[in-house]
Design a protein around this ligand. Structure first.
Ligand code: HEC
Ligand code: HEC
Length: 287
């Protein structure tokens, strides 16, 4: 497909993209959404935890923004339920962008170029919170990973997957039971699971649901673009896909709240390599 001419892009999307990359959203003018959600790392961060304003470290790994449009729950613990609701979280978070909504709106309303672009996109001034979050979410909804080798295979290009990746695919959907949780076109059930990672003071979903059975459950992440989004898991506990597979093969850790699905898989070395090859086939043309 030819690249879309910029003039045909929805003005909300164009504006949302500009905002996503603009450090104006942070108190210090130094951190943008893209400082942590780095396009060159699949819109995730290559560090276990990201740097917010004034060099502060976050508590969790920065997930990809790819294929978030269908998610019922956002964040590792699902505390936001729409991209619009999510967008104000990082802006207000004192460790991330540390800015008040009022502060952001004042800066944007004092910027003639932004006022013009928001007026063009929403037909209204002054710029309001709802415009800000709708523009950011409109851009995020365009971040769909597609045309991966896996997608090509699914639509009939049987040569798109190597023999190893194809064996990995069969394991993924079969014996290794990955698709019990990483299901559907986005490779996530959108639900929360405890996969037995070493216990920290992060209790995950149960802090939001106030339900003991959710202890240390985290949202199943998409596996789209996963080869580009290392390190892995909610605190970036693992550096490589190979390490993730070794961990899963052993059945996950010892947490008493661990999901009963997480049992030793008894995959031999070749099968573990095959699974990694399959995961690598999930990176595609980004939009
Ligand atoms: C300082 C680093 C940092 C900045 C800046 C940042 N994020 Fe994030 N983002 C994160 C982290 C860390 C998480 C996961 C936090 C959690 O789950 O508690 C996250 C989660 C998300 C999610 C949820 C993804 C999912 O699968 O649930 C979206 C969407 C998102 N951020 C968009 C944005 C947008 C839009 C901005 C700018 C307004 C932004 N982020 C700024 C680090 C950052
Ligand atoms: C019981 C549900 C479940 C099953 C089965 C499962 N996963 Fe996961 N997966 C998760 C959850 C939940 C996370 C996030 C865990 C966390 O960070 O605390 C995750 C994280 C991952 C990650 C890290 C992604 C990232 O962005 O950090 C990869 C890679 C992965 N899984 C691959 C697999 C593979 C391959 C299999 C099969 C061998 C598998 N998963 C089986 C639920 C599951």
């Amino acid at each position: 497909m030819p690249r879309r001419d910029d003039s045909t892009v929805d003005p909300k999307v164009k504006l949302g993209k500009k905002l996503f990359f603009d450090p104006i959203l942070s108190k210090t003018g130094t951190v943008s959404c893209a400082s942590c959600h780095k396009p060159e790392h699949g819109f995730a961060d290559d560090k276990p935890v990201s740097d917010g304003i004034n060099g502060q470290k976050g508590d969790r790994n920065t997930p990809t923004v790819f294929n978030t449009t269908n998610l019922k729950f956002l964040f590792w613990d699902g505390r936001a339920q729409s991209l619009e609701e999510q967008a104000l979280g990082p802006i207000k978070n004192p460790k991330e962008m540390g800015e008040s909504v009022k502060g952001v709106l004042t800066k944007l309303n004092n910027d003639p170029q932004y006022v013009k672009e928001f007026a063009n996109a929403f037909g209204q001034t002054p710029i309001a919170t709802s415009h800000l979050i709708h523009a950011i979410a409109a851009f995020e909804r365009t971040l769909i990973s597609k045309d991966s080798n896996y997608d090509k295979f699914v639509v009939g290009d049987k040569a798109a997957l190597s023999i190893s990746a194809k064996r990995g695919m069969d394991l993924f959907f079969g014996k290794a039971m990955c698709a019990a949780c990483h299901k559907g076109t986005d490779f996530t059930d959108g639900d929360f699971h405890n996969i037995g990672l070493p216990i920290t003071n992060d209790v995950g979903r149960s802090a939001i649901s106030i339900t003991g059975k959710d202890t240390r459950k985290f949202k199943t992440p998409t596996l789209r673009e996963v080869a580009n989004t290392a390190p892995y898991f909610h605190q970036g506990q693992f550096e490589t896909l190979e390490q993730v597979i070794v961990y899963y093969n052993a059945g996950g850790g010892q947490d008493g709240y661990k999901d009963p699905l997480k049992k030793p898989l008894n995959l031999n070395e070749q099968e573990q390599k095959d699974l990694v090859e399959f995961l690598k086939s999930l990176s595609g043309r980004q939009k």
